[in-house]
Design a protein around this ligand. Structure first.
Ligand code: UD1
Length: 363
């Protein structure tokens, strides 16, 4: 039983689902969507772009405080697990749906596999950090994306035989769909719209921001928008706005008319990948985008104090920035003086195959 709930889950489950389909003698699969994300452009469009089948079970949880959301998912998950009695629950990433289903399954003595295990920002003010730690500690199989994750798990006393370094399933999806996203780049009218708006889209920055630490306080969000407007004086900046951020921006009062900061609705997987793979730089607070830009070799500026994905800095194209340093860094990128980076070990498009191979030997 695969569990997805929020936007960053869909691209991680898709390659595992596809790989398991190749072994119908070994695996019967059920796909569960908790409904943590429910807007079409945060959910449905990803099923289409990733060719994921519609979920077998939809829990329709929706938004709420952390306790409400987590508790509602656990309650719905418990009856679902008792009814379907899966041999294994597969959870991915670090969102509330991940923890809720892992915890519920573990208490029903159902085995749990956690994909993208062991990442640590060491910042417990992030809700995702709590989700990561707790999910890892109730899981039976822990699949990791980078060596630092193995070290973190060992340090926390997780038994060595549970830990499997397999690489990055999100990169599997990227490798698989990059050619299709290239078709979007050449054909899709949404990109030509920006081209005409910005005259020439050969250079542009791409922004995504939704972390509570950046967007929940109106003053800090306002300061971020001012900084982006400033950067957009040098180079057009495209900003697909997450619903959480959109809500907070409604009161920010910044005037974007005549600015080259272009706010748009959240994009589907293929359109976003098209824009990301051609961007001059990306400014983000997302986890996954730090990894995708590292694979693509696109300069990435992460507007956070920490990252749970240190390999994107030590080997990739990522750097942590603050509002005080971000403009200096975009200037440096525009001068062509950014580090080149290398692709981390086992980020090769074959991580799902490794996971399914391990599962088929263990089940
Ligand atoms: C969640 C994840 C975060 C992940 C992000 C990707 C947790 C704790 N956080 O954060 O790790 O990086 O997803 O997007 O699980 N909303 C809508 N429509 C939707 C979904 C959300 O309008 O389809 C609005 C709601 O007002 C909601 C708010 O966005 O209250 C936040 O959504 P929520 O799922 O709680 O967290 P995210 O900020 O999306």
């Amino acid at each position: 039983m695969h569990v997805v709930g929020a936007r960053p889950n869909f691209m991680k489950v898709a390659p595992i689902f596809r790989e398991m389909l190749k072994h119908p003698d070994k695996f019967a699969q059920l796909l569960v969507h908790t409904g943590q994300h429910y807007d079409d452009n945060m959910s449905q469009v990803f099923f289409e772009d990733l060719a994921l089948p519609q979920p077998d079970i939809y829990l329709g949880i929706g938004s709420g405080s952390h306790a409400q959301q987590t508790a509602r998912i656990m309650l719905a998950c418990e009856s679902m697990l008792m009814e379907h009695k899966p041999d294994l629950v597969i959870v991915v990433g670090d969102v509330n749906s991940t923890l809720s289903c892992a915890l519920t399954a573990a208490k029903l003595s159902i085995r749990v596999a956690h994909v993208e295990s062991g990442l640590r920002s060491f910042d417990r003010t992030m809700p995702e950090e709590i989700n990561r730690i707790l999910t890892d500690h109730v899981s039976d199989l822990l699949f990791t994306t980078e060596p630092s994750a193995n070290e973190n798990l060992r340090r926390e006393g997780i038994a060595e035989e549970k830990i499997h370094f397999v690489g990055n399933v999100m990169i599997d999806t990227l490798v698989y769909l990059l050619p299709k996203s290239e078709d979007r780049w050449s054909a899709n009218h949404f990109i030509s719209n920006y081209r005409s708006k910005t005259q020439n889209l050969s250079e542009y920055g791409l922004v995504t921001l939704h972390r509570p630490s950046n967007v929940d306080k109106p003053e800090s969000l306002q300061e971020i928008i001012r900084t982006l407007i400033n950067i957009a004086r040098e180079v057009p900046v495209i900003f697909p706005v997450h619903p959480r951020t959109r809500k907070k921006m409604e009161n920010s009062g910044e005037n974007l008319e005549n600015s080259s900061l272009i706010l748009i609705e959240p994009l589907g997987y293929l359109d976003f990948l098209a824009l990301m793979s051609h961007a001059t730089f990306v400014i983000t607070d997302s986890g996954g985008i730090q990894e995708e830009t590292t694979y693509l070799g696109i300069p990435c500026l992460t507007l956070r104090d920490s990252t749970e994905r240190p390999i994107t800095i030590t080997e990739g194209t990522n750097e942590l920035v603050s509002l005080d340093t971000v403009t200096l860094r975009t200037d440096k990128i525009m001068e062509g003086a950014w580090k080149v980076g290398t692709i981390p070990e086992m980020w090769d498009g074959r991580s799902a195959a490794r996971i399914v191979d391990i599962l088929s030997r263990q089940m």
